[in-house]
Write a protein that binds this ligand. Sequence first.
Ligand SMILES: [Zn+2]
Length: 413
Amino acid sequence: MKQPPGDGERQRAGGRGSGFVLGLQCIHCQATFPLEPMHEGCPACATDRFRASLSPTYDYRLLAEHVARQGITSDAGIGVWRYRSLLPTATDGAGEISLGEGHTPLVPVPELAGELGLTRLWVKNEAQNPTASFKDRNAAITVAKALEFGATTIIASTSANHGLAVAAYCARADVDCVILTYPGIPDNVRSLMHACGARVIVTEREARLDRLREAVADNGWYPATNMTRLPTNNAYGHEGYKTISYEMFEQLGGEVPDIVAVPTGFGEGIFGIWKGFRELVELKLANRVPRMLACEPLGGPLTLAVDHGDRHLVDVGPRSTIARGIAVTVNTYMGVVAVTRSNGGVASASDPEIVHAQHDLAACGLLAEPASAVGLAGLRTVARRDRLDGAQTAVVIATSSALKSTPTETAAA
Ligand SMILES: [Zn+2]
């Protein structure tokens, strides 16, 4: 594998990355690969029933020396790029795409802590990102990497939030954008995608993956979202979610919460947040990672996958839930890794429980859409079963705003 340039010798590497990033590594078999697009996860351990994601790996020894001298933030960067030395892109600032994502507030909610038996509880309000969801952190990295790879058109298959984030960051980068979405997408979200200059194509769920794969194969477009039947996700986008952990760590004055509850679909968010904390340990800034609690709508695949033990993907088929944005049919190995390696867990929440959580967050002034409220609902599920195991502090990630929801969903709050 190519050795990274030394500290102070950074350069733009035309798609190869630079700085402290070494390459891509399989999150299951640890096989390593160059910093290429790698749209389909790890080829080394893929089978008909299993496929693992790839994730950037870094020279943590050099990075620790750098952080010891300069800290984890860069004064020159904005948005996720404040942490540019920990990201998989060129570190000279060239090619960074930002709309000022991140820097979201960590809101204490003592009124919700007591019922859970927690000393302290916070909500990390990701609704305050540029397009009102945490997907902006992902899109910033993904679009920057796509440009490094020379992409001229970026395509995404999405139910709403991810697509709007990709559309906005493509607009910012002045690159063509195509969004494949579902028939029931809220009109306001579709209008905003159009306003950003994206071409929006409405298809049924079953056809979306085929359309995306054809576009990538035939046109050479860069996929910002998952493109494998056993989902593996983009190899770089989840790195944006690491910045949620770095921010929390700073906002808590160097404290690590006992539990972090994350609404989970394809698991990019919870994996990225777990990886961010793990890196803080690697860099000797923190002494532990929080227990990661993956929260999914009732009947979700990750609950079954983790119950079956490691290296398992489960297909539960389509199901109806108010939390449409995270109603995946198949789990990812990313979710399994985040939960099992942090000694965490998976929690399910029913639609009434999600609506209840949405209502209680709104009563605190926090406007979460149903998929976003699943974090609090899931944490409550675990607390009810007396499985907080002595946890005193927790952070709930509120991933997205209610303001983009359909009228029905919004009325629930
Ligand atoms: Zn592998």
